[in-house]
Design a protein around this ligand. Structure first.
Ligand SMILES: Cc1cc2nc3c(=O)[nH]c(=O)nc-3n(C[C@H](O)[C@H](O)[C@H](O)COP(=O)(O)O)c2cc1C
Length: 223
């Protein structure tokens, strides 16, 4: 099916929206970007949101030392002392790139509020005990999935994964499923935040917080 058919005969070129829901000024924001982020995160969780919207979904970009960049969605699972936490497989492509280069970026799109938040910073692994504690709260299927999947390695078929899943299900039938060594949390310590609010005429509001000598410096950026 062509892209045109999906979009009621509108070409890709013609697709655009006008953003006019709200604005953002330096006088109204919090001086602490973590608090500002929390305000926006709470506002993003509107009660009438469709079920499929995941406000904690964020694009994580990582790069290796040759400058190859890759991006993917992961879920934000907490903010602790200003560090943003997500969980994954340490042997995945992101895990390998982070091992080479701990500089990462995160990007949230809250399209229903015409907002974007960009965050840059340095990532470290969570404490082992924290990862294990979180792993224990996950549904058993997800726990088994973490054991079965060597994330981002080539598999011959989905049946192979299913078979291994069933084997492990039997193996751990009555037992607690341990947190795999290769699975756990990462925590991003931000040094830059940018809050973007769409505005009419593409004159969007962009407020940036940059960490300079342990102080957040706030600037407005041109759209
Ligand atoms: C909505 C959504 C949420 C996801 N959440 C996670 C997550 O929290 N952790 C994770 O490892 N992968 C998550 N994924 C899968 C990743 O996008 C990606 O496919 C996987 O982590 C492998 O990426 P990598 O090879 O770049 O490491 C999610 C995907 C989507 C679409």
């Amino acid at each position: 099916m062509s892209l045109k058919a999906y979009n009621r005969n509108m070409s890709i070129q013609e697709m655009r929206k006008t953003y006019s829901m709200s604005g953002l000024s330096k006088s109204e924001i919090d001086l602490d970007p973590v608090i500002q982020f929390q305000h926006w995160f709470e506002q993003a969780q509107q009660p009438d949101l469709p079920d499929w919207v995941e406000v904690n979904a964020m694009t994580l970009s990582t790069a290796d030392l040759k400058g190859n960049v890759t991006s993917r969605i992961v879920l934000l699972k907490g903010i602790e002392d200003g560090r943003l936490c997500f969980y994954t497989n340490y042997h995945s492509q992101k895990g390998r790139q982070i091992q080479d280069n701990p500089q990462v970026s995160l990007c949230f799109l809250w399209a229903h509020l015409q907002r974007q938040v960009r965050i840059e910073g340095t990532v470290t692994k969570s404490e082992r005990s924290k990862s294990a504690d979180y792993f224990r709260t996950r549904p058993r299927e997800s726990q088994l999935g973490a054991h079965v999947s060597q994330q981002s390695s080539i598999v011959d078929s989905s049946q192979t994964l299913q078979n291994r899943f069933v084997e492990l299900q039997t193996e751990y039938e009555q037992a607690e499923i341990p947190c795999p060594e290769h699975w756990g949390g990462y925590e991003v310590q931000p040094n830059r935040y940018e809050f973007w609010q769409g505005r009419p005429g593409r004159l969007h509001d962009r407020i940036c917080y940059q960490l300079v000598e342990d102080q957040w410096q706030i600037s407005r950026l041109a759209p």
